[in-house]
Design a protein around this ligand. Structure first.
Ligand SMILES: Nc1nc2c(ncn2[C@@H]2O[C@H](COP(=O)(O)OP(=O)(O)O)[C@@H](O)[C@H]2O)c(=O)[nH]1
Ligand SMILES: [Mg+2]
Length: 213
């Protein structure tokens, strides 16, 4: 018996790791739109990337939280980049690594690239922290739109979900509630793709991909 295959929310024809960059001269040529993903270490950033792309192991998950202190570029459909920013706020990360985060991310955010949006991930169970408030204020100054995604939505009961979303919305003073996402149930995937394809000017109506993985 074969289970029905999950319907792709967006046609992914190819998804390819390009490079882990530290310095701007290591970034790939900026010849297409891109979206960057940010959040505390362990928030589920790699998991979200893999789920959006329907690739189980493209971005490495779990293992050593807070150690991914590079900016990782992924080429999607030869049409746009997904950019995995280093996670912040993990307690066990050495101070030297923490100190490197801001200049590394600042160099990226202020580089002359076709960066359309930052997807900021927050664990749905956690309250907003000053880092997230600061990051959003910073993005606002740079005129960069942000999409807030509340991850691990399967970890809270259905009836508590609206209150968690409201708390994050209030904590970040958002115009709209965040998108609830779960890698377990797939909740939120289509909605995130809807925003991504819109902001990058991609056509969702193109043909479906053949396969994943
Ligand atoms: N239950 C549940 N666990 C998740 C979800 N997303 C991520 N995780 C788990 O959270 C841990 C950290 O995920 P990872 O993607 O490596 O986080 P990153 O450090 O932000 O890249 C892993 O053990 C994941 O399996 C989710 O939506 N639901
Ligand atoms: Mg990761």
């Amino acid at each position: 018996v074969s289970l029905p295959r999950e319907k792709p929310a967006f046609p992914i024809k190819s998804a390819r790791y390009v490079i882990s960059a530290v310095y701007p001269d290591q970034y790939p040529l900026s010849d297409r739109p891109e979206v960057a993903f940010a959040g505390r270490s362990n928030v589920g950033k790699s998991t979200l990337l893999n789920k959006l792309l329907m690739r189980r192991k493209l971005a490495r998950t779990g293992a050593t939280p807070g150690r991914t202190q590079t900016i990782n570029f992924f080429d999607i459909n030869d049409a746009f980049y997904f950019v995995d920013l280093p996670g912040y706020g993990y307690a066990k990360v050495p101070l030297s690594v923490k100190a490197a985060w801001r200049p590394m991310v600042e160099s990226y955010l202020t580089a002359d690239r076709d960066l359309r949006m930052i997807v900021l991930l927050m664990d749905i169970r956690r309250d907003v922290r000053p880092e997230e408030v600061d990051l959003l204020a910073w993005l606002d100054q740079l005129d960069l739109p942000a999409l807030i995604v509340a991850t691990k939505a399967d970890k809270v009961s259905r009836n508590k979900l609206p209150a968690r979303l409201a708390a994050i919305r209030k904590g970040l003073n958002l115009e709209h509630p965040p998108v609830a996402f779960s890698s377990v149930t797939g909740q939120g995937r289509e909605e995130i793709w809807h925003y991504l394809s819109h902001i990058m000017g991609l056509n969702e109506e193109t043909e479906a991909p053949d396969e994943m993985d």
